[in-house]
Design a binder for this molecule. Structure first.
Ligand SMILES: Nc1nc2c(ncn2[C@@H]2O[C@H](COP(=O)(O)OP(=O)(O)OP(=O)(O)O)[C@@H](O)[C@H]2O)c(=O)[nH]1
Ligand SMILES: [Mg+2]
Length: 209
C-alpha cells in the first residue's frame, strides 16, 4: 500500500486534487481508500467524496497532527488489514503540520510501501499567506516531496508564477513543484507523474502507471 499524505493551508485545493487523483487511480484499475481528517465534528469533504462513490474513512473532531495522531495510525493499520488497497490518500486539515504525522506513520504504520507527501499551495494567495502565517506554511512546505502550486488561474497582479515557484524552492530546495489549476481539471499527464513520483525513490523518474 502506497500512501500519499496531502496537506496545505485551508482551501488550497486538497480535496479538489484528491478527487481527481483517486478517480485516475481507480480508472487504472487500482484500489484506493481516502482518509479525511476534519477538525469539526461533522466532515464535509468526506460526505461529498463518499456520495461520489469513493471509499472514505473519516477522522473528525481534532487534528491528526496533534490530538488524533494515534487515531490515524490505528485507521491506517485497519485499512491495511481489511482492504490492503494499492493507494491510501490522506487529507490532513489545513492547519496540520505534517512532521508529526510522518514520524508516527513511519514508526507505527503497518503495510506502508512508499510514503509520499504532497503539499498544495494556493498560488493566488502565496504572498498574502507567507506574510500572515509564514511559520505554518513553511512547516508544511519543508516536509513536501511534491508541492502543487494550485489556482494558477487566480494569479493576479501580485505574484507571478515564477515568484511563487522561487518562493517555494527557497523553503524546500528538494521538492518538485507542479503548477496547475485543479478546478479546471488536472491534465492526465500531471496525475500520472504524481503517481509515478509517489512510488519512486528517485526524483523525476519516468511515469510507471
Ligand atoms: N479558482 C480556482 N479555485 C479552485 C482551484 N482548485 C480548487 N478551487 C476551489 O477552492 C475551494 C477550496 O477547494 P478544496 O479542494 O475544498 O480545498 P481544500 O484544501 O480541500 O479545503 P479544506 O479541506 O477546507 O482545507 C473550492 O471552492 C474549490 O472549487 C483552482 O485551481 N482554481
Ligand atoms: Mg478539503
Amino acid at each position: 500500500m502506497n500512501v500519499i499524505l496531502t496537506g496545505g493551508f485551508l482551501g488550497s485545493g486538497k480535496t479538489t486534487l484528491i478527487r481527481q487523483l483517486a478517480e485516475y487511480q481507480i480508472l487504472k484499475g487500482q484500489q484506493v481508500v481516502i482518509i479525511e481528517n476534519e477538525v469539526g465534528d461533522v466532515g464535509i469533504d468526506n460526505q461529498f467524496l463518499s456520495l461520489e462513490g469513493f471509499q472514505v474513512k473519516e477522522i473528525v473532531g481534532g487534528c491528526v497532527c496533534c490530538t488524533l495522531t494515534g487515531e490515524l495510525t490505528l485507521a491506517v493499520n485497519k485499512i491495511t488489514a481489511e482492504y490492503h488497497p494499492d493507494w491510501l490518500i490522506i487529507e490532513m486539515t489545513g492547519l496540520a503540520k505534517p512532521s508529526s504525522v510522518l514520524d508516527s506513520l513511519k514508526k507505527y504504520g503497518q503495510g506502508i510501501g512508499h510514503l509520499f507527501t504532497v503539499i498544495v499551495v494556493d498560488a493566488g494567495r502565496w504572498g498574502e499567506l507567507m506574510e500572515i502565517m509564514p511559520e505554518l506554511i513553511t512547516m508544511q512546505l519543508v516536509e513536501a516531496d511534491l508541492v502543487i502550486a494550485n489556482k494558477i488561474d487566480e494569479l493576479g497582479d501580485g505574484d507571478g508564477l515564477e515568484q511563487v515557484i522561487t518562493g517555494i524552492k527557497s523553503v524546500n530546495t528538494g521538492a518538485e513543484v507542479m503548477a496547475l489549476s485543479a478546478l479546471g481539471g488536472i491534465q492526465e499527464h500531471c496525475l500520472k507523474e504524481l503517481c509515478a513520483h509517489a512510488i519512486c525513490d528517485q526524483p523525476l523518474c519516468p511515469a510507471k502507471i
